[in-house]
Design a binder for this molecule. Sequence first.
Ligand SMILES: Cc1cc2nc3c(=O)[nH]c(=O)nc-3n(C[C@H](O)[C@H](O)[C@H](O)COP(=O)(O)OP(=O)(O)OC[C@H]3O[C@@H](n4cnc5c(N)ncnc54)[C@H](O)[C@@H]3O)c2cc1C
Length: 543
Amino acid sequence: MAEAHPPPDSKWWGWGDPSRRVELSETARAMLRDQLGAAQPAERVGLDQVTLPQARPLPAAVTGIVDEDCVQIDHEQRLRRAAGKSYPDLVRLRAGRLEAAPDAVLLPADAAQVTALLAACTREGVAVVPFGGGTSVVGGVDPYAGPHERLISIDLRRLRRVEIDPVSLVARLGPGLRGPEAEAALAARGYTLGHFPQSFEYATVGGFAATRSAGQASSGYGRFDDLVTSLTMETPVGRLATLDTPHTAAGPSLRQLALGSEGVLGVITDVGVRIRPAPEARRYEAWISPDFASGSELVRSLAQADALPDITRISDEAETRVSLALAGTSGVKKALFEAYLRLRGRHGGCLVVCGWEGERDSVERRRALSARVLRKGGGAVLGEAPGRSWERGRFDAPYLRDELIDLGYMVETLETSHTWSRLGDLYAGVERALEAALRGQRTPGIVLCHLSHAYRDGASLYFTWIAARRPGAEIEQWQAVKQAASEAIVAAGGTITHHHAVGRDHAPYMAAEVGETGLEALRALKHRLDPAAVMNPGKLLPD
Ligand SMILES: Cc1cc2nc3c(=O)[nH]c(=O)nc-3n(C[C@H](O)[C@H](O)[C@H](O)COP(=O)(O)OP(=O)(O)OC[C@H]3O[C@@H](n4cnc5c(N)ncnc54)[C@H](O)[C@@H]3O)c2cc1C
């Protein structure tokens, strides 16, 4: 079947463009061997060796809604919608061990077809997983049918409308636009959205809204949910559309109910977003702070003095060391490495990346203000070359993860956030839990962290851990570590997710997050909008 709207080429077993590789230097490999011991390289099966459960026939009342060539039941298309991009997803894909897959992938042409599909699935008892870019790292697109026997994946790829209101600086975007497609359409008219998560290459506008995504420049442009002015969501019982006004005091915000709803209430078919003129100038710099504690204080000072760069992130000592070693003389770039070495006299220190974007004058003025606060807090500038290196490599990490998995390492990330006064305890608690859990698996690991997405009242912490995999027991190993970290987050009173969303992986922690009454309110809402419980079963709310 010739596809009318082919997806971007991507690795079915890993991340991104199949023709791109971010290689690990020999120095980096040696460092990993030294610190983590020998790892057994991971095998990868071929596409045709992946077995999927037999597709169950679907009622014509469902499949007949979209054009014939927009019902996909072939092995590869089902496989590509059967998992997201978390470490356990990639382990299962590489091993060809998938327990479930959608019975079919349907590609509606417009919102009307989405409405019709949801109504038909409700009548026929067919579970629905809305699918954007499939980059979820929390089991958000798991093909779990809940109480139902059949499941379809609704791929929003064909909904890619772009409409710009240059007077209001608002754009209406279709949910199926991937990050680069949305940016290119806006750039053609001289605008930007400014939303650049690390998954930018493949994640979609609908996915950003459904997960309350946060981009790397969130301090300047805002998180995605800050950018949204209006939303339309088709639900099994009808359309929920919010007015396109800058603000309303008409009761609780329905827009906020749709944002972060992760496909459990309906399918987002239209998103109004604030846009800005494309930046005239960009300035990225690296700084170094003596240690993570004082670096975090530095970021707090920046936030509370209204001097935050648009991009602000500080790596802890371990992340600074490892990212520089992993970079070697390529990747996160030579200039950064050399500048860092020149400053080794500062006994290591922590890398701070800052970026300012906008009109030239504004960039220089805001940069000067930030620099004053940074210097006052003990920061030392490393210069623009390492900042630009960071910019060039800002989407490389998931490619590097594929290399690490090939070499036999478990690599995973998680994120949380808290107020400034409790961030230190959260950091210490999660780091301790990760290290202990990795030791408990007899695979001592490296635990890395950076602070990003800073606010006046707090910030987000983003942890990465790397350890040798336990061949044949990778999922159990991952589960033990993930559970320990999640429990440590809950114990410290942090959020179970600052921007990756809940999906299936975090659903068990929702009671701790929102309380029993909060859960009941969400359940009641879901029951009203999705009476047959067909929408993305098992996500967001615990079963
Ligand atoms: C390497 C990597 C880096 C990442 N970096 C970041 C980051 O920097 N910041 C960040 O916030 N996240 C990040 N993520 C997580 C992920 O990319 C985001 O959650 C993203 O917003 C998901 O978009 P998507 O289009 O891929 O959605 P999908 O993965 O397809 O779906 C995610 C969830 O949203 C639902 N959904 C999707 N589209 C719709 C729709 N139109 N209507 C209703 N529900 C829908 C799905 O059912 C699912 O529950 C990263 C992921 C990876 C793999």
